[in-house]
Design a protein around this ligand. Structure first.
Ligand SMILES: Nc1ncnc2c1ncn2[C@@H]1O[C@H](COP(=O)(O)OP(=O)(O)OP(=O)(O)O)[C@@H](O)[C@H]1O
Ligand SMILES: [Mg+2]
Length: 336
């Protein structure tokens, strides 16, 4: 919500005696002031807010906090520098962080920082990590939307919960993360359900449009092709996180090897080419297995030997080719 709208909603809430609305509007202003580092003003506003008596028993004491149970709050730990990102992605993430950090300057010139990001790519290549790293870089809370708590079985219930979720999110500068974003818009067989889902999606998009720029909304999907154009249009930054190239994988492996107590004695690029097409998450799992076996050997085996053995075992694993072939009823291509 733009600042003038916030001020208007404070006046309207005050004039009509709607204390819950007054509280949530003032909380939004407090959050906005904090995001600009105007902490003295934010503290004064907050103290003034405490003198507002609690809403009538018919209303919840703080309407904005009712949305808290649809959100998982966590301290972001992932750092951007620890991620290996395609150059254009790294550059755009940097720009997003800079625009948020220097939002004051932008606002003074009538502009808002960008704050709506869509991340797409196959599993295990950094979508959740990037969202968390943006929150870490901005030193704000990381909120993950809980669909299990959001989707209600009664007509209209989901939209009510969504409205509460957004009310809560706008009380504080944060990263609001929608994982598996395509699952929300996926059409179902039942025609009534489809109508309801369409209402939910259009309400969700409207809410995302109206979020203040200190709430950075990040949506992630493995299936960008399933999202319709109305959804795409909402996102100012659309970043692809593909499976790593062989070179990127070698860099990732080298970082892992460097953290081990013993020299590996095998080139990271050789290991990368043996691992083939694989996600960062799987590579990490592979490296951790090598480390586990090395620890358990109590120094009896060299890490080079263990790595060699694990690479042989790796070659025998069930891969996505086999799984896909089994799903489509075809035989998997035999290894050369
Ligand atoms: N680009 C990357 N650079 C470095 N490490 C990465 C990268 N991507 C993923 N990882 C490692 O893999 C782990 C899992 O990645 P993450 O959860 O971010 O993937 P994701 O794309 O969200 O997967 P999913 O689609 O399954 O949710 C991370 O915790 C991190 O250790
Ligand atoms: Mg994820």
């Amino acid at each position: 919500m733009a600042r003038s709208d916030l001020l208007l909603s404070v006046v309207r809430a005050g004039a009509s005696g709607d204390q819950a609305a007054l509280r949530s509007s003032v909380e939004a202003i407090v959050a906005e002031e904090r995001s600009k580092n105007h902490n003295v003003l934010a503290d004064r506003l907050q103290r003034a807010l405490h003198t507002v008596s609690v809403a009538s028993p018919a209303r919840s004491p703080s309407a904005s906090h009712a949305g808290r149970d649809t959100i998982l709050e966590s301290e972001p730990r992932q750092r951007i520098d620890d991620l290996i990102l395609p150059l254009p992605v790294a550059r755009q993430v940097q720009q997003l962080v800079e625009e948020q950090h220097r939002a004051d300057l932008l606002r003074a010139n009538g502009m808002q920082p960008r704050h709506r990001v869509l991340l797409s790519g196959p599993p295990g290549n950094g979508k959740t990590s990037v969202a968390e790293a943006v929150a870490e870089a901005l030193a704000v809370q990381f909120f993950t939307v809980r669909y299990d708590a959001l989707v209600g079985s009664y007509l209209g219930e989901t939209n009510t919960r969504l409205a509460r979720l957004f009310d809560y999110a706008r009380t504080v500068p944060c990263v609001l993360f929608f994982d598996e974003f395509d699952s929300i818009g996926k059409e179902r067989g039942d025609i009534h359900e489809t109508g309801e889902i369409k209402r939910v999606v259009s309400f969700l998009l409207m809410q995302i449009d109206q979020l203040p720029s200190y709430v950075v909304t990040i949506a992630a999907t493995n299936h960008a092709e399933l999202l319709d154009r109305a959804v795409w249009r909402r996102f100012q930054l659309r970043l692809g996180l593909p499976q790593p190239s062989s070179d990127a994988l070698a860099v990732f492996l080298q970082r892992q090897f460097d953290s081990w107590p013993e020299t590996v004695g095998t080139r990271a690029s050789t290991v990368a080419s043996k691992l083939g097409a694989i996600s960062y998450a799987e590579t990490l799992e592979f490296c951790q297995t090598v480390r586990r076996q090395h620890i358990l050997s109590l120094g009896g085996r060299s890490i080079k030997d263990i790595l060699k053995e694990q690479l042989e075992l790796w070659a025998t694993r069930v891969g996505t080719n086999e799984v896909n072939a089994a799903r489509s009823g075809k035989a998997a291509p035999s290894p050369e």
